[in-house]
Design a protein around this ligand. Structure first.
Ligand SMILES: NC(=O)c1ccc[n+]([C@@H]2O[C@H](COP(=O)([O-])OP(=O)(O)OC[C@H]3O[C@@H](n4cnc5c(N)ncnc54)[C@H](O)[C@@H]3O)[C@@H](O)[C@H]2O)c1
Length: 245
């Protein structure tokens, strides 16, 4: 898996796949011969998008924080496409609230903080743990890998702005969480990494299925070429703790 040069024939779960980076990921996967299951909220455009992308795309109405929803999505991938090779976590939410608003004499709502942490960290981990169980059933490739997991952090994990306390904490949590999954043994040979986009236009997720010649060598975008762990996931320069631009 560390030397993936093509996603053709692979099956991917993409959370937040009905919008933004997730949607771009789904569209690229489909256009390059993979199958994709969109895990997104029932209220999203997931159903419409899947219908427009044809047989190799399916929608699983999912709240990533729900064990039963994610299990159903994994089941759908297995039943419809036979396996799970990739899990790309793009579902995420943010609030923009000051830690303390002195004009209103109001502290940041703890409920809002917890909601962001729950969706962004617990939701990502929920998908990782359940996807890994399915990937572990795959035959290992030449590098001994059975699957690949890509999580979306943010430059805010390293460089938060005023009002981003919950968001920055959640993205830092994703970065930290990934270091515990890798390299390999605890996930039975799956690769796991994160990327830290600053903006949609620069987001590595958009590069997931670009021609391999465009991938930056060993530091392959989204670790499809290299990533065994967050420590070697240089799209966000985790080694040096410098954010990806
Ligand atoms: N867009 C950027 O510039 C940028 C920069 C840095 C990081 N990111 C991160 O990239 C990811 C995607 O960002 P985007 O701009 O594409 O966002 P987006 O809002 O366009 O898409 C997020 C998707 O996640 C879904 N979602 C939200 N909560 C969910 C839940 N509980 N269960 C399932 N799905 C849920 C939404 O319905 C939506 O479809 C996020 O994690 C975001 O924090 C984005």
């Amino acid at each position: 898996m560390a030397n993936i040069r093509s996603v053709k024939g692979m099956v991917g779960l993409v959370t937040g796949g009905a919008s933004g980076l997730g949607r771009a990921t789904v569209e690229r996967l489909i256009s390059q011969g993979a199958s994709a299951v969109i895990l997104d909220l029932p209220s999203s455009d997931g159903h419409k998008l899947a219908a427009s992308l044809g047989e190799r795309c399916a929608f699983a109405p999912t709240d990533v924080t729900s064990e039963s929803d994610v299990k159903s999505a994994v089941d759908l991938a297995r039943e419809k496409y036979g396996k799970v090779d990739l899990a790309v976590n793009c579902a995420g939410i943010a609030v923009a609230v000051k830690t303390y608003n002195f004009k209103k004499d109001l502290p940041h709502s703890l409920e809002d903080f917890t909601r962001v942490i729950t969706v962004n960290i617990a939701g990502t981990f929920n998908v990782i743990r359940l996807a890994v169980g399915e990937m572990g059933k795959n035959e290992p490739d030449a590098d001994g890998h059975r699957g690949c997991i890509i999580n979306t952090a943010s430059v805010a994990a390293f460089d938060g702005q005023v009002g981003q306390a919950a968001y920055s904490a959640s993205k830092g949590g994703i970065v930290g969480n990934d270091s515990s999954h890798c390299p390999g043994p605890c996930t039975n040979g799956d690769s796991c990494c994160h990327h830290c986009p600053r903006s949609v236009l620069h987001a590595p997720a958009c590069r997931i299925t670009r021609e391999s010649s465009e991938l930056p060598g060993k530091a392959g975008a989204l670790s499809l070429t290299s990533g065994r762990s967050s420590r070697v996931c240089t799209p966000c320069h985790c080694d040096s703790r410098k954010p990806h631009d």
